[in-house]
Design a binder for this molecule. Structure first.
Ligand code: GLY
Length: 274
């Protein structure tokens, strides 16, 4: 495990939390769970079943840990899926001191956050994103939500995580197209607040998309810093946070029209050019 970079998110009126970034940092997840939690539910997509099981094993010495498998990608962000998971939480007598882990890409962490925000009016969630998109955007800032027939993220809540764990090792098995698509949110941060991001990508485009490279680590860290600064200023999206929506109005419309078959990063790239 290499050194860990820690970024603080301190939005007014919300418990402060930290984003832990590094290789192998998942080994420290037990330290970052709420200490009082007796039960942990790991919400994950089918593709991460073996890894969720390994996480369950690692935590089971201290906690009672259950897995909740949800559909892959945007198809998880439906009220029926949230309702299924709330049913499991009810059967487990899941209390307000227990905690959920959102384990997967941006859609999974959006759904897991929404489930956590509404169960007993809010239980702690530790977000463990496994994609670039989840790491730099969805898992940070406490926006949670699901889609409706009429559009994306139309139902949701602001619910800040207890901690965010960004283990860069998950990216080793992420398809290159997913790294590229996730970098769209990184480029967005370059345009809105940190132009050094754009210089880095222009100087070393191959390293920027290579999992395990120092360049990709720096890009992800810089983008998380941008997001942390913005949401620290405006958690509930009444002003400054709007800048994070750059490219998203058209991007969301494209995703909806294409029935979520397009990657989010591809759609918002077109939105940013527009
Ligand atoms: N993804 C935009 C935001 O968090 O505000």
């Amino acid at each position: 495990m290499t050194d860990t970079t820690v970024i603080d998110v301190t939005s007014a009126g919300v418990n402060p939390y930290q984003v832990h970034i590094g290789h192998g940092v998942r080994q420290q997840i037990p330290e970052w769970l709420p200490h009082d939690a007796q039960k942990i539910m790991i919400v994950h997509p089918p593709i991460l079943h073996a890894r969720a099981e390994a996480l369950r094993e690692a935590l089971s010495a201290q906690k009672e840990v259950v897995l909740a498998e949800v559909p892959e990608g945007e198809s998880a962000k439906r009220i029926e899926v949230a309702s299924f998971v709330w049913g499991l939480l009810g059967q487990l007598d899941f209390s307000r001191t227990d905690a959920i882990i959102g384990f997967g890409g941006g859609a999974t962490t959006d759904l897991a956050g929404f489930i956590a925000a509404n169960w007993l009016r809010g239980v702690p969630i530790v977000q463990v994103p496994t994609t670039v998109l989840g790491m730099v955007d969805a898992a940070i800032g406490g926006k949670t939500g699901i889609n409706t027939t009429e559009g994306k993220n139309l139902v949701g809540a602001f619910h800040a995580p207890h901690a965010v764990v960004v283990d860069l090792d998950w990216l080793e098995t992420l398809p290159e197209n997913d790294i590229r698509a996730g970098l769209a949110e990184v480029v967005k941060c370059g345009f809105i607040k940190d132009p050094a991001i754009l210089d880095l990508i222009e100087a070393q485009p191959d390293e920027a998309i290579r999992a395990g490279s120092d360049v990709l680590r720096e890009l992800i860290t810089r983008a998380i810093q941008v997001k942390a600064d913005v949401v620290s200023d405006d958690f509930t999206d009444v002003g400054a946070r709007e800048v994070l929506n750059y490219g998203h109005t058209l991007g969301h419309a494209i995703e909806h029209a294409e029935r979520y078959l397009w990657r989010h990063g591809v759609a918002i790239s077109i939105g940013m050019v527009f």
